[in-house]
Design a protein around this ligand. Structure first.
Ligand code: AR6
Length: 174
């Protein structure tokens, strides 16, 4: 466990500024862009990102798709679609876990060394932040325990409050 924690970073900030090899986008099933982190990523990457997404055609909830990063510092964007939270009885936890798992799998398949995640589903999609954080961290640690790639994972939190939640949770399980 301790070894895997060395491969995890928590930062507060704008994911579009991170110079990691891949950033993850909290997209919607159309992959046509939107608000929140999705809007920020499309603005920073430029219009070629939307063209690439339209070519892919969409992505089901809990799955992930890869594009290039175009004008972003990141080489790749992994688009994943989190669940809309509606009380917890619609497989939301399983689907959110799957977002992290499928994104990490796609990263490993493409030999991506470093990846950064936003707090998927916790904005417009309303997933409770603490539960989402617990799922994100446990899935990432499970993946890192079993795989060498990606080498490092960054949790990029837009709010300081979210970054503290992640730091606290990681300290608890260290
Ligand atoms: N960098 C890092 N995190 C960010 C940034 C940023 N630039 N901007 C916002 N966040 P949300 P969702 C955080 O709503 O809940 C879109 O319209 C934000 O503070 O972006 O998965 C899509 O098209 C929050 O913690 O994504 C979908 O329709 C987290 O990113 C829908 O919203 C996720 O908030 C997806 O909703």
């Amino acid at each position: 466990m301790e070894n895997q924690q060395k491969r995890i970073n928590v930062v507060r900030g704008d994911i579009t500024r991170l110079a990691v090899q891949a950033i993850v986008n909290a997209a919607n099933t159309t992959l046509r862009g939107g608000g929140g982190v999705d809007g920020a990523i499309h603005r920073a990457a430029g219009p070629q990102l939307l063209e690439a997404c339209l070519e892919i055609g969409g992505c089901p909830t809990g799955e992930a798709r890869l594009t290039r990063g175009y004008h972003l510092p990141a080489e790749y964007v992994i688009h994943t679609v989190g669940p809309v939270y509606s009380g917890g009885r619609r497989r939301e936890a399983e689907l959110l876990r799957s977002c992290y798992h499928e994104s990490l799998k796609l990263a490993a398949q493409n030999a991506i060394a470093s990846i950064a995640f936003p707090c998927i589903s916790t904005g417009a999609y309303g997933y409770p932040k603490e539960e989402a954080c617990e799922i994100a961290i446990s899935e990432v640690i499970a993946w890192l325990t079993a795989h060498h790639s990606p080498r490092t994972v960054t949790f990029c939190c837009f709010a300081e409050e979210d970054a503290e939640l992640y730091r606290r949770r990681l300290a608890e399980i260290a």
